[in-house]
Design a protein around this ligand. Structure first.
Ligand SMILES: [Zn+2]
Length: 252
């Protein structure tokens, strides 16, 4: 693929929606947080019956709202934008359509989370900090069949992610992250801000788990610890207090 046109200045007469600005900023924030390298990964934000995603192979630092590509949730076709959308567009489309409450999706190749995906290991829920954000272990998908790879690869990755949650009986609201085996993590949130926190936290808990597994390769979780993790998760997310968070400060 040739070098994408970077369009360093806003095209004359082009108006931009707030969601495009938000989607461009989310991608830059993911890069600033050190969660992606080069042009790897992509982030998107839902906008009604469409979503706005990073152009394929585009440098994060130069990314501005007018570079973003608007894609129909119905057809998967580009509705606005002059550049080719991310190669992962169909994965995002599947997730948005399956889980209508998802407002933003981030895919990175962040080092530790990707190491777990590469090793073929889920990220075990094994400490309280992780329990604050995830009600359960971060699941790992299986492999696609050769047919699924050949027929509609990205759509099938999206379907595989959704099936993984169904099969394992995990609520994607309570565990908003997955490891696509031999590839890397996908995270989501109701808002762009929540998805970004999720992407950062996932990488940190993956790092902690990696260190813990080096010290104790036979790491397991006791029933008592599981009970404590459940308590932590419910407390952090206000499920102990009728929706009112009693952790941190209101509005922060
Ligand atoms: Zn990827």
């Amino acid at each position: 693929m040739g070098k994408p046109q970077t369009m360093t200045t806003r095209p004359v007469g082009r108006t931009q929606s707030n969601v495009k600005e938000q989607a461009a900023k989310l991608n830059r924030d993911v890069f600033k947080a050190g969660l992606v390298y080069e042009t790897w990964g992509t982030a998107s934000v839902r906008d009604g019956d469409r979503f706005i995603i990073k152009p394929s192979g585009f440098p994060y630092k130069k990314l501005r709202s007018w570079h973003m590509v608007t894609v129909s949730l119905n057809t998967g076709k580009t509705r606005e934008g002059e550049l080719n959308p991310s190669i992962d567009t169909k994965i995002h489309k599947e997730i948005y359509n399956a889980w209508p409450w998802v407002g933003a999706i981030i895919h990175t190749h962040s080092t530790y989370a990707t190491a777990f995906a590469t090793a073929g290991l889920p990220i075990l829920l094994a400490n309280t900090t992780m329990a604050d954000y995830y009600a359960n272990t971060i699941p790992l998908t299986g492999d696609l069949s050769t047919c699924e790879v050949d027929s509609d690869f990205e759509t099938n990755i999206g379907k595989l992610i959704i099936q993984t949650f169904k099969k394992q009986g995990i609520d994607p609201r309570l565990v908003p992250a997955v490891l696509h085996k031999s590839h890397g993590p996908f995270v989501w949130g109701e808002t762009a801000a929540k998805a970004l926190v999720n992407a950062k936290v996932l990488e940190k808990v993956a790092e902690i788990n990696c260190l813990a597994l080096r010290m104790n390769p036979d790491l397991t979780v006791s029933k008592a610890a599981k009970y404590m993790f459940d308590y932590h998760n419910r407390r952090h997310n206000g499920r102990l207090t009728g929706g009112k968070r009693n952790y941190g400060q209101e509005g922060h």
